[in-house]
Each structure stands twice: as structure tokens, then as C-alpha cells.
Design a binder for this molecule. Structure first.
Ligand code: GLN
Length: 449
């Protein structure tokens, strides 16, 4: 734990992965574990890990990278944190993100931008950019993230690490600051596939506090990760739409990754997911609609930021929200409120909900005779800080390959597949599985370990 903090202090000035460091409490807990000795049942006893700052930690500031929650101290732990505590983990600190997890670059944090450790002039991706950078910089072996439309996979891809978004319902959302509740899922960003499988198993399972969490048994995924023969005979689908509009350097790496899998006996088929191009517009309507509802609670009264010198109740609401939320969050609240309003509900929200169903059906059709779907995680490698931040539509298009997965609630991960021949930055391969079949996704990823 001490070495972890020494390491963080060496690079944190440049990388800026953390909003809050938990040094005193972490050192105290490490000392306690030293004294008591390690309990074999506790998988993460004494292991320093980091937590994205939209996941509640009792008594430790949780901001969602928003001015609205700048001084918010939760009174309870998220279920995932409680499970980690039961396993003796050391919480190193809370990592930076795009405000309320809305973004793809971590530039939307109300506090500061995180830098990509591979090239400090580039973004770490988002919204779990702080978690990804902390792992890539070698601070921690794993960091918790959340993924509503790609926020675990995309930063994993940009930072050359492993990121898994489990099946919707696999992990409890209790204590996660809600963004798009029918999309949100918690997961890990790690250095290795095996660590990811072990850690994901630990946080998975039914939770009485989250009625969308599944009753399904949680397998020991890591136990199956023994050799590369796991992919022999694996039926891999490669959607042609996933290669439209992706950069050549990314294409080249993905092509090599597919050849690599083929050399281990996997069978590769080209398929079509015809509604892919509607994913981004439909996602931004649906996720923003849910966000506009979820974010109503930040009213300047119940908790969080309150504007000064307010005149009346309406002034409290309007000014607290005007001053407490930044640009991107307000854009989503307006888009969502508009899509849900009586006059436009059918034209926007309802239509997007139907598109969501079609996208899910596309996946179901392909999964009838395939085990996994493969493609790139992002159409490009990590872009330069500042390059896209003033152009929301270009920023949203980064999610074209990741949002369809959340629309269908599928498990999907990004594994490092190689480096761009153009700029030397890491490229991630996305592996999408059938609902609750994380095992096949991990097996496929393990070939690249
Ligand atoms: N980039 C997407 C968005 O801005 C996804 C974010 C996420 O997965 N939390 O909504």
C-alpha cells in the first residue's frame, strides 16, 4: 500500500487519475491486515484497488466529478464496495470521470482532465478515464468503472488494458450514482484477463437492494482460463458494419487479432447487424431521457450544491441546477426532457425504444449460430485532449461500436490487441457475448493474455 501511494505521487501530477486519495484510511487498514494476517477466504485482502467516483463509499467523498456533489459524503457503501470490503480490499482512492459518467474523454469532469499515461497530450477515454489511467500508469492492478454506453470498454481500449462490462443484471447497481438505469452496469478495468475474471466474480450476484440484479449463479470464470485451446471451434461473428468508418490503423490491428484467433482453431464468419447505425442516435435519446429523470434529485434542497442568496423556492431549483451542472449534463437533461415531453414522446422516446428492440434482435439473430461477436472497441485510438470537446456530435460518434451492447444488455469486454502503426497508441479488440455468457468472452480474451 505504501509503494502504491509512492508510485501515485510520482506520476499523479502528470496523469491526474484521482479526485480523492484515501491515504490515511488505506494505510491504517493495511496496518491492521499486517497485524491480523491474511485470511485465505478474502481474495483481495491487502490489495490496493481504486474506485470510480460515481460509486458510493461510506464517509469518503463521492462527487461524480460534479460541482453538484463536490462535498458529498455518502452514508452507506455501494453493494460492490461492501463486497470488496468483505474481501479485505484497500481502497486507494476515487478516480476521475466525465461528470455523472456523461462523456467519452474525461474532459467533462468539473474538476480537471485526466491524461493518457501512454501519451500525456491525449485523452484516456471516458467516462471511466481516471480508473483506466490509474491501471495503465501502474498505480493499481484494478479499478472499478461503470459502463452505460462504453465507459469501461473505451477507456480500456485507449489505455491498453482489459475492461469488462458484465451482462446487465450481473452486478448490483445499488449505490451507483444513476445515469441511465436500464443501461448502467459496474465492472473492472484491470491489467490482465484473469484478474478481471476473479474480481468480476467477487462483485457479481443477486442483491436484495437492486431488483434488476439477477438470481443466476455466478460461475468461477477464472478457473476455466487455463490454456488457449478454449477457442478451438469457437464460432466468431464479425459484423461488416463494425468495419465501416473505422481508421485504417485500428482495422489492421483487429484483422491481425482475428488471424491470431483463427490460428488457434476459431471459425470466423462475416455477418450483418443491420441496425448498428441507429445505435448512437437511439442511445443518446434513451440514456438522456433516463438521465433527465435520475438527475431530478439534485434540486439544491435534498443534498448537494445549493446556490447562494436565493430568493424563493424556484430560484433555489433554477440557480442551483444552473450553477451546479456543467454544459454536457445540461445538454443531456434538456435533450431527455424534450424527448419525454407529451408532444414529442412518440416521435423520439418511443421511436428510440423501438430501435433498441431491433438492435437487440440483430444480436439475437447472430447469436443463434455464433458464440461471440468481435470488432474494434473504438473506431480510433486515443485522440488529443481538446480535439473533440467543442463538438458533441463527433464526441458521441466515438461510441458507435459500444452503445449497441448496452441497448441489448450483453456482456462485452475490450482487450489490448496491439498498437497503431500510425501513432503507437494501443488498440482494443471488443468481444461481445450472449447474455450471462461471460465465460466465453473471457475465454476468447485469454488468447491475448
Ligand atoms: N460516452 C457515452 C456517453 O457519454 C457512454 C458513457 C458511459 O458509458 N457512462 O453517454
Amino acid at each position: 500500500t505504501k509503494e502504491t501511494f509512492d508510485h501515485i505521487k510520482e506520476n499523479e501530477d502528470q496523469v491526474k487519475a484521482f479526485i480523492t486519495l484515501n491515504e490515511d484510511a488505506a494505510m491504517k487498514k493495511a496496518a491492521e491486515i499486517d497485524q491480523q494476517g491474511i485470511n485465505d477466504d478474502q481474495l483481495t485482502a491487502g490489495i490496493p484497488l481504486a474506485v470510480k467516483d460515481n460509486i458510493l463509499t461510506k464517509g469518503l467523498k463521492t462527487t461524480a466529478a460534479s460541482k453538484m456533489l463536490e462535498n458529498f459524503n455518502p452514508v452507506y457503501d455501494a453493494t460492490v464496495v461492501e463486497k470488496l470490503n468483505n474481501n479485505g480490499f484497500i481502497n486507494v482512492g476515487k478516480t476521475n470521470l466525465d461528470e455523472f459518467a456523461m462523456g467519452s474523454s474525461t474532459e467533462n469532469s468539473a474538476f480537471f482532465t485526466t491524461h493518457n499515461p501512454w501519451d500525456l497530450t491525449r485523452v484516456p477515454g471516458g467516462s471511466s478515464g481516471g480508473s483506466a489511467a490509474a491501471v495503465a500508469a501502474g498505480d493499481v492492478l484494478g479499478a472499478l468503472g461503470t459502463d452505460t454506453g462504453g465507459s469501461i470498454r473505451m477507456p480500456a481500449s485507449f489505455n491498453g488494458i482489459v475492461g469488462m462490462k458484465p451482462t446487465y443484471g450481473r452486478v448490483s447497481r445499488w449505490g451507483i450514482i444513476a445515469f441511465g438505469s436500464s443501461f448502467d452496469q459496474v465492472g473492472w478495468l484491470t491489467r490482465t484477463v484473469k484478474d478481471n475474471a476473479l474480481l468480476t466474480q467477487m462483485i457479481s450476484g443477486n442483491d436484495e437492494h437492486d431488483m434488476t440484479s439477477s438470481m443466476k449463479e455466478v460461475p468461477n470464470w477464472a478457473a476455466q482460463l487455463n490454456d488457449d485451446t478454449n477457442v478451438k471451434g469457437l464460432r466468431i461473428a464479425v459484423p461488416k458494419e463494425y468495419f465501416e468508418g473505422i481508421n485504417d490503423d485500428v482495422h489492421e490491428v483487429i484483422k491481425n487479432a482475428l488471424d491470431h484467433l483463427e490460428s488457434f482453431g476459431a471459425i470466423i464468419d462475416e455477418v450483418s447487424l443491420p441496425h448498428t447505425k441507429y445505435g448512437v442516435p437511439a442511445y443518446y435519446i434513451l440514456a438522456s431521457s433516463e438521465a433527465s429523470s435520475n438527475l431530478q434529485r439534485y434540486d439544491g434542497i435534498r443534498y448537494g450544491f445549493r446556490a447562494k442568496d436565493v430568493k424563493n423556492i424556484e430560484d433555489v431549483y433554477v440557480r442551483s441546477r444552473t450553477e451546479g451542472f456543467s454544459e454536457e449534463v445540461k445538454r443531456r437533461i434538456m435533450l431527455g426532457t424534450f424527448s419525454l415531453s407529451a408532444g414529442f414522446y412518440d416521435a423520439y422516446f418511443n421511436k428510440a425504444a423501438k430501435v433498441r428492440r431491433l438492435i437487440a434482435q440483430d444480436f439475437e439473430n447472430v447469436f443463434k449460430d455464433h458464440d461471440v461477436i468481435l470488432g474494434a472497441t473504438g473506431a480510433s485510438t486515443a485522440f488529443k485532449i481538446g480535439a473533440e470537446i467543442d463538438d458533441p456530435q463527433t464526441m458521441y460518434m466515438n461510441d458507435v461500436l459500444t452503445v449497441p451492447v448496452n441497448m441489448a444488455g450483453l456482456p462485452a469486454m475490450s482487450v489490448p490487441a496491439g498498437f497503431s502503426s500510425k501513432n503507437g497508441m494501443p488498440v482494443g479488440l471488443q468481444i461481445i457475448g450472449k447474455p450471462f455468457d461471460e465465460q466465453t468472452v473471457y475465454n476468447t480474451a485469454y488468447v491475448f493474455e
